[in-house]
Design a protein around this ligand. Sequence first.
Ligand SMILES: O=C(O)CC1=NCN=C1
Ligand SMILES: [Zn+2]
Length: 424
Amino acid sequence: MDEKATLVIKNISNLITMKGPNRPRKKEEMSEIGLIKNGIISASKDKIIYVGSGDLPKDIEIAQDAKIINAQGKTVTPGLIDSHTHLVHGGSREYELFKKLEGKSYLDILNSGGGIHDTVESTKKASFEELLKKAEKSLNRMLSYGVTTVEAKSGYGLDDFDTELKQLEVIRELNRIHPIDLVPTFLGAHAVPKKYQDNVDKFVDILITEMIPYVAEKNLAKFCDVFCEKGVFSVDQSRKILSAAKERGLFLKIHADEIEPLGGAELAAELGCVSADHLVGASDEGLKKMAQNNVIATLLPTTTFFLQSEKYANARKMIELGIPIALSTDYNPGSSPTENLQLVMTFGALKLHMNPREIITSVTINAACALKLEDKIGSLEVGKKADMAIFDVPNIEYLIYHFGVNHTQTVIKNGEVYDMISVS
Ligand SMILES: O=C(O)CC1=NCN=C1
Ligand SMILES: [Zn+2]
């Protein structure tokens, strides 16, 4: 073999490879995680060159300056993937939490001019540098949780296109300077701007004729997303926006049926969205159509928790129907102010009743598929990116069970080693 090993992780008590087809895993496949006991994995620079058990084959030469890590008693997984975040934003909305505790709903606050509109103001006022520094701090936290790829949306400029573009340019700069790989999503249709409250269709036209063509032409986003929700964008308006984006070559995502069962799941199936996200209120009909059209369900249980709802997305029904599940933080200042994807995994168990293997699948290969990156990441197989997390836990069950703390010992990103302090 001509590539020298620059990294070897050996004596891995639990090596979770996620070996399998490079497509969204569904039903029982979600419980097949490619576990190797006493595993060994090796990389040459940023690519995986060997995965197995025991020792490296004799024909693999180890470079003089290779990093050798002993993972006895540890669990190694593919780098975790957070496939739905509002990473780049100004300000914060801690005061909103206490309004909700007084009984105000998320939509009450939004429709009375607060919520997303407050973050729009803060993001508009924030400089490029301030947004970059704030997002960089969150990315460092995400890396510390074992996350190696993150989707990041615009959506706090709305009709102020310069602010939408500022967000997308911050994401592009973060991609250049930070180890984590970011995937940009245009979410100009995140809320109806105040000045278009009485003429929503006018704003829809501006999105379709001006913003989306520009974002697509400048290659500033891979996905287009829309907040399809009662009092935000209707199914028809969402259809127009996403259809225009599809015509311009963007892949599609949709915030669907987060609070009210509007028909976002049905629309996701109709348009061939890569993923439909939230789905707390999704209809049985909509879920069936998603299954028939291979739409991934990206579930965001910490959002449901933070909105103090007792009704969680019906993950068990979705898995039964054959819908692939991804899990994500939905990190944002209003409804899920946490970067902790490990905590989301615990919610996957306690609130979505998923088993530990389904949960690992949902933050690795299925999340990679939700970003159309399954050929590069999401499993530990020869030729894929050397993106891995070493958790200081005896097995994946412990990673999910001992919650609210950070179990990461080391993160490997593109073959580079980032040691974290971890107390299991
Ligand atoms: O409130 C926010 O800033 C983010 C969000 N968009 C749709 N649901 C939550
Ligand atoms: Zn969201």
